[in-house]
Ligand binder design. Structure first.
Ligand code: GDP
Ligand code: MN
Length: 377
């Protein structure tokens, strides 16, 4: 689960990481109402779940309230990497002497939480990692001991010459680690962490992701969830026992089992198509699940054909076929559907499918090719 920058800033504050003040506004009127009429330098920032907002024009400085209102008007409604800006953060701006990067991730190679830091702050860290990986300092953290002060200082010493600033930064690293651990985070980034001309060390951007599987015990974090339309669909699917991830292609996939779902997506790509989603309906043959899954697939207007790929192990193909036919009778759609059934009672299942009038395919390859062909008509 992702949260917005303003929410990450609230968590930072709660853990004692210094952050400039700000207010979140959903409209120009709210900026009018909430921002004091003074000459303070402010920064108006798009709140969307993607990085690189600055480059996209979603971060703008404002010298007066009138300018803040104007910039908010430009940013609200803007499209950033496919996401519409619905709120802005209007925060006190700071003068920047130097920008740093700080991040915590679950590092699969070292199987530990890893602190990353760099003097190349402000720019996207993926870019630094690609162009000059040696400029990223990494410190693996022992899961029992946690991030110890001396380790934090060892990293901070490589970024700051001045001992006072170094200690401030090290204290921030330790607090960020506490926050990361206590909230079951999977990513916590401060980019940039800045040094101001008056030698304060402040977080002026924050990005945090959380482990979805831990949300059941993170009620405060869960209450911060602001899902996009696509994410809302994914969450709704989850509540119905389906694992659904939306993708950008035009062939909807409905599959039982995550491995088969991946193989189906690969197959579609292999023959030149693009999957519109990952969708695992799980092991049951409950017709309601099929109806739910079909509704989800067809609610995506990109979908031009649907490929259903079922392997009957415990699930019986004839049950699935009956569920499918029942579902299709309830759904009015012009979208072509291709069904491939294999395994337990596949023959009986295919008979039901054929009777209903859907294309006759037997292998995964045929199904993928047929779905692609039909999607292009
Ligand atoms: P991102 O592009 O989505 O990562 O958004 P950031 O919040 O990191 O802002 C992008 C860039 O805008 C930063 O790297 C800074 O260079 C600049 N910026 C953001 N806030 C301030 C501020 O308060 N003062 C100044 N001078 N620049 C800022
Ligand atoms: Mn940033």
């Amino acid at each position: 689960m992702k949260i917005h920058e303003y929410q990450a800033r609230n968590l930072f504050r709660k853990y004692g990481i210094p952050v400039p003040d700000g207010v979140v506004c959903h409209s120009v009127e709210e900026v009018e109402k909430n921002v004091p009429n003074d000459e303070k330098l402010r920064v108006v920032k798009a709140q969307v779940h993607v990085g690189g907002r600055g480059k996209a024009g979603g971060v703008k400085l404002a010298k007066t309230k009138a300018e803040a209102v104007e910039k908010a008007g430009q940013i609200l409604g803007m499209d950033i990497k496919g996401l519409t800006v619905e709120k802005v953060l209007v925060a006190d701006a700071v003068d920047i002497e130097k920008e740093f990067y700080v991040g915590l991730i679950n590092d699969r190679n070292t199987k530990s939480i890893t602190l990353m830091a760099s003097a190349e702050g402000g720019v996207e860290i993926e870019e630094v990692a690609r162009v000059s990986p040696e400029k990223i300092i990494k410190m693996s953290i022992d899961p029992v001991m946690g991030l110890m002060d001396w380790q934090a200082r060892e990293v901070a010493l490589q970024l700051f010459d001045d001992p006072k600033q170094m200690r401030k930064a090290a204290a921030i690293f330790v607090k960020l680690y506490q926050l990361y651990k206590e909230t079951d985070s999977s990513l916590a980034e401060i980019n940039p962490l800045v040094l101001t001309p008056d030698k304060q060390v402040l977080a002026i951007d924050g990005k945090m992701n959380f482990d979805d599987n831990a949300l059941y015990r993170q009620s405060e974090i869960l209450s911060m969830r602001e899902a996009t339309e696509d994410e809302q669909k994914e969450i709704a699917a989850n509540e119905k026992g389906l694992s659904y991830i939306k993708l950008d292609g035009n062939i909807g996939c409905m599959v039982n089992g995550a491995g088969l779902a991946m193989a189906t997506m690969d197959m579609i790509k292999l023959y030149g198509g693009e999957p519109a989603n990952f969708l695992d309906i799980g092991g049951s043959s409950n017709p309601q699940k099929v109806v739910d899954a079909m509704n989800i697939l067809l609610s995506d207007s990109n979908v031009k054909a649907v490929m259903i790929n079922i392997f009957g192990g415990i699930t019986r193909c004839d049950d699935v076929a009956r569920g499918l036919v029942a579902a299709l009778k309830n759904i009015e759609t012009e979208i072509p559907i291709v069904v491939r059934l294999s395994g337990t009672n596949a023959k009986e299942g295919l008979e039901i499918i054929r009777e209903y009038g859907l294309p006759n395919v037997s292998t995964m390859k045929e199904a993928a090719q047929k779905a692609i062909e039909l999607s292009q008509k």
